[in-house]
Design a protein around this ligand. Sequence first.
Ligand code: HEC
Ligand code: HEC
Length: 454
Amino acid sequence: MIRIACLLLLAFAGFPGLLNAQEPPAGLTAAQRGEWLLLNKPFIKADFDQQTFDEIWKIWPDQLKEKAEKATPKQRRQMAFSRYGLTKRLNDSSGKPLQYLVTEQGGWVMNCHSCHSGKVAGKVIPGVPNSLFAMQTLLEETRTIKPQLGKQLTSKEIASVFFPLGGTIGTTNAVIFGVALGTFRDAEMNVVTNVTVPTLLHHDMDTPAWWHYKKKKQIYIDGFAEKNHRVLMSFALIRSNSSEKYRSFENDFKDISAYIESLEAPAYPFAIDEELALRGKEVFNDHCVQCHGTYGEKELYPERTVAIDEIGTDPVRLRALPVRYREGLKNSWVGEYGKLNTITDPEGYVAPPLDGIWATAPYFHNGSVPTLWHVLHPEQRPTVWQRTENGYDQKNVGLEIKTFEKVPRGIKDPAERRTYFNTKKFGKKNTGHTYPNDLNEEEKQAVLEYLKSI
Ligand code: HEC
Ligand code: HEC
């Protein structure tokens, strides 16, 4: 008897997770708890289960399906990761993706990494925008395979029939998810149904790098929201989370915020011409520093907003957040009832910090420009481009791409169509930010080298 009791005691002492698998182990720092929570605590419902993911290849286009059929389960999983823009976790041999947490029951729950962590030049980097995430394709295909497996669709999958998730890989309609979810909440975050939904300006956004978060007082490209853990919680505003449950996540999001705050920009992994970079630093200090700040020993970040007509990049994102939505957020629990600095009529976009910029291609808030060379040569930006999965262009600094005049005709597989970035589409313009035109070619080369080094 005593032995059994001791064993039980040991079991619980040794595996505190058994008592409550949703709380992080004791003894971690806030940032470590945040990191743990992202991979272990589901804040929203599972999108699909393990079997669905394992069998999804059965609905792929013929050629790919034949290849998958002959492959081992491990290879097949790799093919699925590649198709949907998922990666392995760092220092983890479980085979689970970084971008989804997998519950003990085998449910796959999307987490913040789905958009916020991915790979660059084939290497996983936490906090680097997931520029390969194919959210629309993944949900479309789980939606198709599920009925064949006798499984029920989730409300997200049903919504995705008429609500666009992302037209190009690596970018998502995330901002409008927030607007749509926020519309159905009152100031206390209770679910309300009797509301008029504002006109939704669907548009795709590129995710910002998480390591810039610590430099900012206001977040998002228009800087409208004061940095605060509550603002990050909009992800959990799904209907099945009551106000009470939603707010019960508050401490978790303090930890998640601490984790994001702890991330550092990754160093450029290839050779740098130090002399050229040094010359580039001078050019940068003359032409770019007033908006983008300084790097190295003395870091300064001015967090400067540039009026939309002056910056000239795609204006849709600025217009897409209605004043009513911004005011609603400001006067709610999320905005601490007006205490937080929520700007309801921002005039443009905030110049982001540029450390780790080598890793965060494509550029601008909509991800329309594939390399830093193209940022520096506004007239030569490609109209349509397609990237490789793991290539890295060291010369132009950014994605390895092919360029096109138009999206080729006759592509049947929607997943493949979404690998073409078409700057002619709504919200995807690659215009503006013409400041580099003040530089001659030599100066541009030098700045390009300098940008690798920060
Ligand atoms: C579907 C994709 C997606 C998911 C999932 C997602 N985000 Fe984001 N996140 C974005 C996009 C896009 C932006 C930029 C929005 C803007 O600037 O208007 C953003 C912005 C942010 C920012 C502000 C960064 C800055 O520098 O201004 C933070 C912090 C952040 N997200 C944290 C989170 C957390 C925490 C989660 C999970 C609870 C999460 N995100 C889930 C797409 C996503
Ligand atoms: C007047 C302010 C201003 C000046 C001067 C300026 N920029 Fe910017 N820059 C911005 C703004 C604002 C954005 C964000 C635009 C967007 O995403 O729509 C931006 C975006 C960028 C980006 C893309 C960042 C990302 O994460 O996608 C790079 C790279 C960049 N600038 C480099 C430079 C360089 C190099 C110079 C100097 C030659 C320069 N900028 C001069 C305001 C400025």
